[in-house]
Design a protein around this ligand. Structure first.
Ligand code: FAD
Length: 306
C-alpha cells in the first residue's frame, strides 16, 4: 500500500497541468509545512530564524517544468535576487537550484548562459551555488554542465549525487579530479530498475558506501538525510578516521525533523537546512509526500481546516 502511494505521489509530481494551476492557488494543502513562503522576504525571514538557532541554510527558489526562454531567464533573475537578498540581510545561506528551471529542457546553451550569470553574482558576493540533481533523464547532462562550470568557477559551484543510481560510485571516482563539494542524497525520483536500486536496503547500503568514499578522498561532503542510522554512522566514521568537522555538514529539508536539526547544531556539527520558497511548490511538495505517505494524514487535515 505504502509503495502504491509513493508511486502515486511521484506520478502526480510530474503532472504539468496541476503544476501550472498550483502556481495560482497560493500555498495550499499544508504545503507551507515544507515551503517557507512565496516571497524572498518570507524566505529571508525564515533563514534569519534558523540562523538564530545556530542553523545555516540553502535557499531554493522553486521552479520546474520551464519550457520557455522567458521563464528560464526570469528564474535566473530570481536566483540572482536571492543571492543579493542573502548578502543584503547578512544571513548565513547559500543557494540551491535545478538545471531544468534555468532552461535545460530548451537548450544546454541557455541553461549555461543563465548559470554563468548566477555564478558571476555568487562569486562577486563570495557565496556558493549547489546544482540539485533531478531525474535520470537529466543526470549525465547535469554532470557535464557541472564539470564545465567547475573548471570556470572553481569552488563557487557544487553538485548533488544520488545513492540510488548504480553509476554513482563511478561518478564519485570521476568527479574526484575536481575535489568537489558534493551533496550526497539517497535520491527522490521514480527511476527504472535498469538504472537505480529498487530495494531501499540497497540504496541505504550504497549511501553509506559513497559517503565514506567521498570523505576518504578528502572532499567536502554535505550529507543530506533525515535517517538516524546514517547520521550516527557518519558521526562514528569521522571520529574513527580523524575527519575534521570542517570537512562535512549535515543537511535536512525545511520542516522535517526540526528537533533533530537543533540537536545536531547544538552538538557542534554544521547543520544546513534546505529552504524552498516561491509559488512553484507543487512538484517539490508531491515528492515530500512520496517520501513519507504518513504526511498525507496531516495534508488531509489541513484541507478541511479553514
Ligand atoms: P529515508 O530513509 O527516506 O527517511 C529516513 C527517515 O526520515 C524516515 O523514516 C522519516 O522518519 C524521516 N523522513 C524522511 N522523509 C520525510 C518526509 N518527507 N517527511 C517527514 N519525515 C521524513 N533528492 C534528489 O534526488 N536530488 C536532490 O538534489 C536532493 N536534494 C536534497 C537536499 C536535502 C537537503 C535533503 C535532505 C534531501 C534532498 N533530496 C534530494 C532528497 C533525498 O534524495 C531523499 O529523497 C530524502 O532526503 C529522503 O531520504 P532520507 O535520506 O531522509 O531517508
Amino acid at each position: 500500500m505504502e509503495q502504491l502511494m509513493r508511486d502515486m505521489f511521484l506520478f502526480l509530481s510530474k503532472n504539468k497541468v496541476a503544476n501550472k494551476a498550483a502556481k495560482k492557488w497560493g500555498l495550499r494543502f499544508g504545503a507551507n509545512r515544507f515551503v517557507a513562503g512565496e516571497t524572498i522576504k518570507a524566505a529571508i525571514s525564515t533563514v534569519k530564524e534558523l540562523n538564530e538557532k545556530g542553523i545555516v541554510a540553502t535557499l531554493d527558489h522553486l521552479g520546474e517544468f520551464v519550457f520557455s526562454e522567458e521563464e528560464a531567464i526570469e528564474s535566473a533573475d530570481y536566483c540572482i535576487r536571492t543571492l543579493e537578498a542573502i548578502a543584503e540581510a547578512g544571513v548565513k545561506s547559500n543557494l540551491s537550484l535545478k538545471m531544468t528551471q534555468l532552461g535545460l529542457d530548451i537548450s544546454k546553451e541557455l541553461c549555461m548562459k543563465n548559470m554563468r550569470r548566477i555564478l558571476d553574482c555568487a562569486k562577486r558576493l563570495n557565496n556558493f551555488v549547489r546544482i540539485d540533481m533531478e531525474d535520470y533523464e537529466h543526470n549525465q547532462i547535469t554532470m557535464d554542465i557541472f564539470s564545465e562550470l567547475r573548471e570556470e568557477y572553481g569552488e563557487t559551484v557544487g553538485l548533488v549525487v544520488q545513492a540510488y543510481l548504480y553509476k554513482v560510485e563511478q561518478d564519485i571516482d570521476e568527479l574526484n579530479k575536481f575535489k568537489p563539494n558534493l551533496r550526497l542524497v539517497k535520491g527522490a525520483y521514480k527511476e527504472s530498475p535498469e538504472v537505480a536500486f529498487p530495494a531501499k536496503e540497497d540504496v541505504d547500503r550504497n549511501f553509506i558506501k559513497i559517503i565514506e568514499k567521498h570523505l576518504l578522498y578528502g572532499n567536502y561532503a554535505a550529507i543530506a538525510t533525515h535517517d538516524d542510522n546514517v547520521i550516527e554512522h557518519v558521526k562514528k566514521f569521522v571520529k574513527e578516521h580523524n575527519i575534521p568537522f570542517s570537512q562535512f555538514e549535515f543537511q535536512m529539508l525545511y520542516g522535517i525533523r526540526v528537533q533533530r536539526q537543533l540537536e545536531l547544531a547544538k552538538e557542534g556539527y554544521t547543520m544546513r537546512v534546505y529552504v524552498p520558497y516561491g509559488n512553484d511548490w507543487y512538484g517539490y511538495f508531491m515528492r515530500r509526500l512520496a517520501e513519507r505517505p504518513a504526511n498525507v494524514a496531516f495534508v488531509l487535515k489541513s484541507m478541511f481546516k479553514k
